[in-house]
Ligand binder design. Structure first.
Ligand code: PLP
Length: 950
């Protein structure tokens, strides 16, 4: 009988697509680690005392086709209207070439944060373009590479101003014309820091002596255009700062913030080609005077030189970041919005200054024509002069006209009880305006050639912008496509090789999960659209919350936080609000182990907490004695502890229940950092082992891509007693303030995590956890003859990551952990997490998605590096002139003189590198010190490239 029925299921997404090792490969890996079965390995690794007895179950896993069909049904429950609500969010046209070549291209979206500059030159250039664009449009000297959203950018600007202002005043003035969500986010942030917030009219209510800074929205939320020069002058006389929140599209026509004397400018670059997405992700920006650069939050891309003296990009001034400064850091921002900043920057490259100006002029012209139509019918429109946004007085007709617009598929903004707010954007067509007129009872036809303008004369922009050659390229699509391709080719992302980063789970971001983010039903939804247009989103959020509650053992979730660090901040605020409600506002002490991620102390500080550091033992575990002593000492003042589980050392500590019990005994709450949830899903539930609140990094554990440093989502889960204190929002209510601009944070990417959960099912998610643990143990076992694996559990197993010690090489061969990281690039790998939580080590997290072949290639590379170090130690290789010190090798090493004591072959083609598919780092080792000493954070003039090369 030639026909043998097969039980192979080609549509089993979890086991055939998401999980890398095949069953046969897993058997080999289990044998290598000396475990009888996967379950036996897990039993040895995860202490029985913390295992859940409640297996994950939320319906059968779905095939990719079923999943797509299902998501389509949900998408249909969202209604795509023309949203003319404005309030910081606008329709925009994403150039299809940018959508296809960046947003939908894994070479861009699967990249990691560019901490290893040699393999990140493409996205670093794209981010430098973004910074240059922001500097040019605002007129300020230095810009960062994005912040999470406009609301938090305002809050960051406020905190930054307080740090740098040379006044003792504790007041902070907010222009009442700021968007309501910005005001709300700033108020949330100001309260624990003890700033007195004054919201009022800048013309009458601002008293410069009382404040360290004031913030003004430009254009205002109702469309008003004000020149704030006089106010900012007055602020400067009082040693206070002026901050302007500016719409970058308006700035292509209007006087820039720097010309008004502003010290800091912030805003949202969403309308530069980034879809609304129900609230995000979008890249907020921040720019400031050069003098304040060391106080600026967020990442800053700068220009340095490489080992050949060639210009090369890198992240600058990293010592400001929480990884180093901890509770003294300038902010807790870690993951930001890199991919969206790349898109916005590319939108500017794509259109150039002429194109941007034409788009803005068109928006303005459409708005003017619309307003003239209203005025000729007798409506009172405010303000007199505007860019794109106006309010119309409609008296008792508010509801009727609002509904008439809705009937014509147009969303407006209700302002007070008798006005309607209307914002025109890049997508507004003449036909839209005609429909909108109709809603106002006006029959009129739109004239394509209408060129009147109503900008205030003295606010019309006179300065140039985007003069750098990068914004003057030939904009033929072939040229643009090749530019985007050239940049992505310089980078090493998940589409080429495993990125074995400890703590930052870099797993598969499956195509089927990514596809829906650009469906209009998800991408074209305004965050403040009427609820009945967001029913699909509501269902998605509710169901994802339900699943994540099952996964974590918590009772409620908040989808607001746009990153893990923002989740920490939101979770700690929730704890503080709970204490306050119980009359325990004095509880301020937060116990944090030395091994904690830098964002933990930075977030605690932002909540006004007092950080008390708890020692770690030799083996990396929390020092329980020290913990007990410090909890007792804090006593009634204990607010919380922040722990990471499994520990940042990659071990399931047996004492975690005890740590939670001690904290609770003294009235504290347990914050469990969920970054390592990939080791727990389906096996251990934080809510069952004593934790009260956690953030989940959906861009780590739940398949949202890293985007080269964002987007991310860091929702928090809490036990029921904390649920009433979760962040609220002006649009949705709640007693605690919002931490971000929109109720569901970066809503559109939630669909990725939800799709991941649905495709995997409970059993698939659990299997993924087990295989992640197997893969880490496999790497640890295969490399044990070459490296000490630093921390292990009682049974000699690691969790989902392992820490390899490279310090012996430093003593014996003068080889640093940096040399190892750079040499991995020659093998075609991204380095693991370096020197955290222990200096001189590498933390490797292979994830469940890598095949055995790729794990083996990594093992080969690491073993070959250890052998090179050994050869140096034995004197067989030169101590200074060797492949490790000279790494990475670029293609230039193949030609010209070769004065090295090893062959070109050995330098360029080490054991794990490919021949045909060889990845060539585009630059040699980047000089960090040079870059910080000669700080250049905008696209340098071409002549500078020449100077640097000399
Ligand atoms: C990644 C990480 C964070 C911060 O998450 P972001 O999204 O980058 O803000 C916090 N804690 C730990 C342990 C992490 O690994």
């Amino acid at each position: 009988m030639p026909f043998t029925p097969t039980d192979y299921d080609p549509y089993d997404f979890a086991n055939r697509r998401h999980i890398g090792p095949s069953p046969e490969e897993m058997a080999l890996m289990l044998e290598a680690v000396g475990a009888d079965s996967l379950d036996a390995l897990i039993d040895e690794t995860v202490p029985a005392s913390i295992r859940t007895t409640d297996p994950l179950d939320f319906g059968a896993p779905k095939s990719e086709r079923e999943l797509t069909w299902f998501l389509r049904q949900i998408a249909k429950k969202n209604t795509v209207n023309s949203s003319m609500i404005g309030q910081g969010f606008y329709g925009t046209v994403t150039p299809p070439a940018i959508q296809r070549n960046i947003l939908e291209n894994p070479a861009w979206y699967t990249a990691y944060t560019p901490y290893q500059p040699e393999i990140s030159q493409g996205r670093l250039e794209a981010l430098l373009n973004f910074q240059t664009m922001v500097c040019d449009l605002t007129g300020l000297e230095i810009a960062n590479a994005s912040l999470l959203d406009e609301g938090t950018a305002c809050a960051e600007a406020m905190a930054m101003a307080e740090r740098v202002a040379k006044t003792k005043a504790k007041g902070f003035f907010i222009d009442q014309n700021c968007h309501p969500q910005n005001i709300a986010v700033m108020k949330t942030r100001a309260e624990p820091l003890g700033y007195e917030v004054i919201v009022g009219d800048p013309a009458t209510d601002l008293v410069p002596d009382q404040v360290f800074a004031a913030i003004f929205q430009y254009p205002g939320t109702y469309g008003g255009l004000t020149d704030f020069t006089a106010q900012i002058d007055a602020l400067h006389s009082a040693n206070a700062l002026g901050i302007v929140v500016a719409d970058p599209m308006a700035l292509t026509l209007l006087k820039e913030p720097a010309a008004m004397g502003a010290d800091i400018a912030v805003g949202n670059t969403q309308r530069f080609g980034v879809p609304l997405g129900g609230g995000g992700p979008h890249a907020a920006y921040m720019a400031c005077r050069d003098a304040y650069k060391r106080s600026m939050p967020g990442r800053i891309v700068g220009v340095s030189v490489d080992s050949h003296g060639t210009p090369a990009y890198r992240l600058s001034l990293q010592t400001r970041e929480q990884h180093i400064r901890r509770e003294k850091a300038t902010s807790n921002v870690c993951t930001a919005q890199a991919l969206l900043a790349v898109m916005a920057g590319m939108y500017a490259v794509f259109h150039g200054p002429k194109g941007l100006k034409a788009i803005a002029q068109r928006i303005h012209a459409v708005a003017v024509q619309f307003v003239e139509g209203l005025e000729s019918a007798g409506f009172a429109v405010e303000p007199e002069n505007f860019f794109d946004t106006v309010t119309v007085e409609v008296g008792p007709m508010q509801g009727v006209i609002y509904q008439a617009a809705l009937d014509r598929k147009i969303n407006l903004r209700k302002v007070g009880a008798s006005k309607l707010g209307i914002a025109v954007d890049e997508t507004t067509r003449g036909e839209t305006i005609e429909r909108l007129w109709e809603a106002f009872g006006i029959t009129r036809s739109f004239d394509d050639y209408h060129h009147a303008y109503r900008l205030p004369e003295d606010l019309v922009r006179v300065s140039d912008y985007l003069t750098h050659p990068i914004f003057q390229m030939n904009r033929a699509e072939t040229e643009m496509m090749r530019y985007m391709r050239r940049l992505s080719d310089r980078d090493l992302a998940l589409d080429r090789a495993m990125i074995p980063l400890g703590s930052c789970t870099m797993k598969l971001n499956a195509a089927v999960e990514m596809a829906p983010i650009t469906w209009p039903e998800f991408s074209a939804i305004h965050p403040f659209a009427p609820a009945d247009q967001r029913e699909g989103y509501q269902e998605l959020v509710d169901d994802l919350s339900r699943i994540l509650c099952m996964v974590t053992g918590y009772d409620a979730m908040s989808m607001q936080p746009n990153s893990g660090a923002q989740g920490e901040y939101a979770g700690l605020l929730t704890i503080m609000a709970y204490h306050k409600a119980n009359g325990d506002a004095h509880r301020k002490v937060c116990l944090i182990p030395t091994s904690a991620h830098g964002t933990n102390p930075a977030s605690a500080q932002m909540c006004g907490m007092k950080v008390v550091v708890v020692k770690s033992l030799e083996n990396g575990d929390i020092d329980l004695e020290d913990f007990r002593t410090k909890a007792e000492a804090a006593g009634d003042d204990l607010a919380a502890c922040m722990i990471t589980y499994p520990s940042t050392h990659g071990v399931f500590e047996e004492t975690v229940r005890e740590v939670c019990a001690i904290t609770h005994r003294y009235g504290g709450q347990v914050y469990l950092d969920g970054a390592n949830l990939n080791a727990l899903v389906g096996l251990v539930k934080p809510g069952e082992i004593g934790a009260d609140v956690s953030h989940l990094n959906l861009h780590k554990t739940f398949a949202i891509p890293h985007g080269g440093g964002g987007p991310g989502m860091g929702p928090i889960g809490v036990k029921s007693h904390l649920a009433p204190y979760l962040p609220g929002h002006p649009e949705t209510g709640g007693q605690t303030g919002p931490v971000t601009s929109t109720p569901w944070g970066s809503a559109s990417i939630l669909v990725i995590s939800w799709a991941y959960c649905l495709a995997m099912g409970g059993a698939g998610l659990t299997q993924a956890t087990k295989v992640a643990i197997l893969s880490a143990n496999y790497i640890a076992s295969q490399l044990k003859d070459h490296y000490d694996v630093l921390f292990k559990g009682r049974s000699g197993r690691v969790a989902h990551e392992c820490i390899l010690d490279t310090r012996p090489f430093a003593d014996s061969a003068g080889v640093t952990v940096d040399d190892v990281a750079k040499r991995l690039m020659d093998h075609g790998f991204h380095a693991p997490t370096m020197s955290w939580p222990v200096a001189g080590t590498l933390m490797v997290e292979p994830t469940e998605s890598e095949t055995k072949a790729e794990l083996d290639r990594f093992i080969t590379a690491m073993a070959a590096i250890a052998e090179e170090a050994q050869a140096i130690a034995k004197g067989e290789m030169d101590r200074d002139n060797n492949p490790l010190k000279n790494a990475p090798h670029t293609v230039a090493s193949l030609v010209g003189d070769w004065d090295r004591p090893y062959s070109r072959e050995a330098g360029c083609f080490p054991a794990a590198s490919f021949r045909v598919d060889k990845y060539w780092p585009p630059v040699g080792r980047v000089d960090n010190v040079f870059g910080d000493r000669h700080l250049v954070c905008t696209c340098p003039p071409l002549s500078d490239y020449m100077d640097a090369a000399e």
